[in-house]
Design a protein around this ligand. Structure first.
Ligand code: FAD
Ligand code: NAD
Length: 474
C-alpha cells in the first residue's frame, strides 16, 4: 500500500512551498515533492525564485548598485574612494550564501511544520496518486488532494541555443565569474533589463536586442519613455528595438550574433550572450496520459478561478497556470487553494497584483495604465508628482521619475498607480493596499504621510489628481 497524505504538493517554489506550509497550518498531513538540486546534487527548495530567480538577481542588483554608487555617486556627497575594484567571484559567493540560507530556511520551515519533503520528479497518476522518481527509482504515494505547482522554465529560441558557457539563460547569467567586456542580451523584458543592468554597472558594454518596436509594453507609456531615456542616455545600455536575431555562431570565448534592424543585417560579437525572451510553464511529464490533465493553448495547466484543474481534487497554482509569472502571485494562490481545501472561503484579487522591475530607478505598478484606461473607454483622470520635487528624494540624490495615479473621473476610485523612482518596490504597497480597500485618491490625499519621505510623492500625486498638489505647479 502506498503511503497516504491529505495533500501532496508537487513543486517547492514560492507557490508550492507556501501552499504546503498553509496546508500544514490548517492541520493537513502534507507532503511536498521537488526535484531541484544544487550544484552538489543536493535538494534545494524554493524553486526558480530562491535558486535562480528573484533572490539571486536581487543580491547581484544590490551589489552592483553599490559599485555604481561608489564609482559615480559618492563624489556628489563629497566622498572620495579612489578607483573602485570589484571581486566578482566574491560577489557571486555572497549571492550563493544568501540563496543557501534561504533554501535551507525552507527545509527548516518544512521540518517545523511536519511537512514530508520528498525529493524527485513528481508525476500525477490516476486516483490522485503521485509517483516520485529519483535516479531511476520510483515510489508511489496517494493523497486526498494534489496541488501542482511545477513552475516555469526559460523559453529557448533555436537561433541562440543556451550552453551556459557563452550563451546563457537566467541561471547562467547569475553565475558569470568575470565581467564580460561585451555582453549581448536578447529580450528587453524584465530579466533582460535587470541582469543587463547588473553587468552594465559592473563594467560590461551591454547591448540589448529586443524584437518588439515598443519598450516595456506593459508599462504606462509616460513612465516607459522616461525609463528608456534613463537606461540608454543616462546609464549607457544600448537598447535596440525592433531587432530580430537571425543567427548566432559560438567560438571558444565569444559569440557572433547576426540580427536585422530596420531591414538591414548587422553582426556583433559578444563575450557572453544572455537569452531572456520569456518563460513557459514546466508541464512536461507532470501527469500520466490516462489522467487526462487538461492544458491550455500555452501549455499551462488549465484552471478555473478556484485554481481547480479538470481532475476533481487536483489544483494548480503559480507560474504553471494563467496570470502573471510572479512569486507573490503564486504564493497567494498557494494560500488560497489550501484554504479552499480546508472548506474556507478565501479571497484572491487577481486584478490587484503589483509588478516591480528592479532597475535603477525601479519601476512598479498596480492596476491599469493610461493606455488601458483609454482602450477600455473609461472616463478617467490622472495626477502625478515628480521625485525631483520630493525633499527626501533629492537628499538621496535621486532626481528622476514620478508617481502617476489614474482614477475614475466620476467616482474618484483609484484604478492604477505607476511609479518610476527610488524604492518604487516598497512605495507600491501603499497603492496595492489602497486599491484592495477600493480607496479613492481623496483617501490617500487625506492620509498623513511622514516627512521627509518618498511616500510624500504618493500623497502629492493623489492631491494632483484634484489639481491641488502642494509642491508643484498644477
Ligand atoms: P518555480 O519557482 O519555478 O518552482 C517550481 C518548482 O517545482 C521548482 O523547484 C521545480 O524544480 C519543481 N518542479 C517542477 N516540475 C516538477 C515535478 N514534476 N516534480 C517535482 N518538482 C517539480 N518574480 C517576482 O515576483 N519578483 C522578482 O523579483 C522576480 N525575479 C525573477 C528573476 C529571474 C531571473 C527569474 C527567472 C524569475 C524571477 N521572478 C520574479 C519570477 C519568479 O521566480 C516566479 O514567478 C516564481 O518562482 C514562480 O513560482 P512557482 O512556485 O510557480 O514556480
Ligand atoms: P519578459 O516577457 O519580461 O520579456 C521578454 C522580452 O523578450 C519581451 O520584451 C519580448 O518582446 C522579447 N522577445 C521575445 N522573443 C524575442 C526574440 N526572439 N528576439 C528578441 N526579443 C524577443 O520575459 P523575461 O524577461 O524572460 O522574464 C520572464 C518572466 O519572469 C517575466 O515576465 C516575469 O513574469 C518574471 N520575472 C519577474 C521579475 C520581477 O518581478 N522583477 C524579474 C525577472 C523575471
Amino acid at each position: 500500500m502506498s503511503e497516504k497524505f491529505d495533500v501532496i504538493v508537487v513543486g517547492a517554489g514560492p507557490a508550492g512551498y507556501v501552499a504546503a506550509i498553509r496546508c500544514a497550518q490548517l492541520g493537513f498531513n502534507t507532503a511536498c515533492v521537488d526535484k531541484w538540486q544544487d550544484a552538489d546534487g543536493k535538494p534545494s527548495l524554493g524553486g526558480t525564485c530562491l535558486n535562480v530567480g528573484c533572490i539571486p538577481s536581487k543580491a547581484l542588483l544590490d551589489s552592483s548598485e553599490k559599485v555604481e554608487q561608489a564609482s559615480h555617486d559618492f563624489e556628489n556627497h563629497g566622498i572620495s574612494v579612489g578607483k573602485v575594484s570589484v571581486d566578482v567571484p566574491k560577489m557571486i559567493a555572497r549571492k550563493d550564501d544568501i540563496v543557501g540560507n534561504l533554501t535551507k530556511g525552507i527545509a527548516g520551515l518544512f521540518k517545523a511544520n511536519k511537512i514530508t519533503s520528498l525529493h524527485g520528479h513528481g508525476k500525477l497518476l490516476a486516483d490522485k496518486q503521485v509517483e516520485v522518481t529519483l535516479d531511476g527509482k520510483s515510489q508511489t504515494y496517494s493523497a486526498d488532494k494534489v496541488i501542482l505547482a511545477v513552475g516555469s522554465e526559460p523559453i529557448d529560441i533555436p537561433v541562440a541555443k543556451v550552453d551556459n558557457e557563452i550563451i546563457l539563460d537566467n541561471a547562467g547569467a547569475l553565475d558569470i565569474n568575470a565581467v564580460p567586456k561585451k555582453l549581448g542580451v536578447i529580450g528587453a523584458g524584465v530579466i533582460g533589463l535587470e541582469l543587463g543592468s547588473v553587468w552594465n554597472r559592473l563594467g560590461s558594454d551591454v547591448t540589448i536586442l529586443e524584437a518588439m518596436d515598443t519598450f516595456l509594453a506593459p508599462v504606462d507609456k509616460q513612465l516607459s519613455r522616461e525609463a528608456q531615456r534613463t537606461f540608454t542616455k543616462g546609464q549607457g545600455l544600448d537598447i535596440k528595438l525592433g531587432a530580430m536575431v537571425t543567427a548566432t555562431k559560438t567560438a571558444k570565448k565569444s559569440v557572433k550574433v547576426t540580427y536585422t534592424l530596420k531591414g538591414e543585417e548587422h553582426t556583433e560579437t559578444f563575450d557572453k550572450l544572455i537569452v531572456a525572451v520569456g518563460r513557459k510553464a514546466s508541464t512536461q511529464n507532470i501527469a500520466a496520459d490516462e489522467v487526462g490533465l487538461k492544458l491550455d493553448d500555452r501549455g499551462r495547466v488549465d484552471v478555473n478561478d478556484r485554481c481547480e484543474t479538470n481532475i476533481p481534487g487536483v489544483y494548480a497554482i503559480g507560474d504553471a497556470v494563467k496570470g502573471p509569472m510572479l512569486a507573490h502571485k503564486g504564493s497567494e494562490e498557494g494560500v488560497f487553494v489550501a484554504e479552499i481545501i480546508a472548506g474556507q472561503k478565501p479571497h484572491m484579487n487577481h486584478d490587484n497584483i503589483p509588478w516591480v522591475i528592479y532597475t535603477h530607478p525601479e519601476i512598479a505598478w498596480v492596476g491599469i495604465n493610461e493606455e488601458q484606461a483609454k482602450e477600455q473607454g473609461i472616463n478617467y483622470k490622472t495626477g502625478f508628482f515628480p521625485f525631483a520635487a520630493n525633499g527626501r528624494s533629492l537628499a538621496m540624490n535621486e532626481k528622476g521619475g514620478r508617481v502617476k495615479m489614474i482614477a475614475d473621473a466620476e467616482t474618484d476610485r483609484i484604478l492604477g498607480v505607476h511609479i518610476l523612482g527610488p524604492n518604487a518596490s516598497e512605495l507600491i504597497s501603499e497603492a496595492v493596499l489602497a486599491m484592495e480597500y477600493s480607496a479613492s485618491t481623496e483617501d490617500i490625499a487625506r492620509t498623513i504621510h511622514g516627512h521627509p519621505t518618498l511616500s510624500e510623492a504618493m500623497h502629492e500625486a493623489a492631491l494632483s489628481v484634484d489639481g491641488r498638489a502642494l509642491h508643484k505647479v498644477n
